[in-house]
Design a protein. Structure first.
Length: 293
């Protein structure tokens, strides 16, 4: 393993550690004292805490480990490693912060604070190439076997937890939970990519074939190949053009850096995208769609 790779892993672990601490703080210090709910595994841990006083740290490690085992073969080794580390850190910090509580005079303050910290925590974890397992793995399985859009699948599994939790936390708390989730989503978007809905990427590299193949396999995005000529030397260049989702910016940066650190890459803001792969699912083969190049 190169020195550069070791440094990258170290920085990723630091980001995941900090993100896990922030996320755990949002749960124990703000969300639980304000009787809020949450989506996914975190929401289940909170419900079990409200009803049976089961420690959130224990529930978190058990449920996430089960889901990670279920989705193990669909994740690459690096993701599994970082996810295991994130689960361990999250459970540890949930345990250490379980006696720290902040009870605001207005519950909306607790909801906004919880959502803000959750967004920052998740953003830091994802910036470190980690995940918190949970409903993200279920969304991946639903996409693979049921053909669901990943983002809608993730929302679906979160709502499965949030909506029934109304019976435990009440309607007012459920509405405050929605506020918290909205805030955390906005913060997460800002941490990962700012407020831009999509990004278009232009890549110029001598290793364009290898990069294109990797993008197609790992990111599942269509790629347009454009032939161009450099103005100064008049050399023929191959340009790759691809439109990606916000969370995929870090993935494609790491992917290109790994294959060709000298590649020339341009990221552009895209206001909206309509078409295959964005407003509906990608078809199985390029032959099915005459517009895919």
């Amino acid at each position: 393993m190169t020195k550069k790779k070791k440094k990258e892993i170290l920085f990723n672990l630091i980001k995941i550690t900090i993100g896990s601490l922030i996320f755990a703080t949002s749960v124990n210090v703000f969300a639980l004292p304000s009787s809020l709910g949450e989506g996914g595994v975190t929401g289940v841990t909170m419900i079990l805490y409200y009803t049976n006083q089961i420690p959130t740290a224990l529930t978190n490690v058990v449920l996430n480990t089960i889901l990670l085992i279920i989705g193990y073969k669909y994740l690459d080794k690096q993701t599994v490693f970082y996810t295991l580390y994130a689960i361990a850190c999250m459970s540890l910090f949930l345990h250490f912060t379980e006696t720290i509580h902040f009870i605001p005079s207005e519950r909306i303050v607790g909801a906004i604070a919880a959502g803000t910290l959750m967004g920052f925590g998740m953003g830091s974890i994802m910036r470190g190439n980690g995940t918190t397992a949970g409903s993200a793995i279920l969304a991946l399985l639903a996409n693979k076997y049921l053909g669901w859009n990943k983002s809608y699948a993730l929302l679906f599994f979160d709502l499965i937890v949030v909506l029934p939790s109304t019976l435990i936390i009440g309607l007012e708390s459920m509405l405050l939970t929605v506020v918290s989730l909205a805030v955390s989503t906005k913060i997460l978007d800002f941490i990962l990519e700012g407020s831009n809905p999509k990004k278009s990427v232009v890549i110029i590299s001598e290793k364009h074939e290898e990069i294109a193949k990797k993008i197609s396999q790992d990111l599942e995005r269509g790629i347009t190949v454009v032939r161009g000529v450099g103005y100064y030397k008049r050399n023929e260049k191959i340009l790759l053009y691809v439109v990606i989702d916000r969370p995929q910016v870090l993935q494609i940066q790491n992917l290109i850096e790994e294959i060709d650190p000298t590649a020339f890459v341009i990221f552009n803001n895209v206001q909206s995208v309509i078409g295959e792969g964005f407003t509906w699912e990608l078809m199985d083969t390029a032959d099915d769609n005459p517009n895919q190049i």
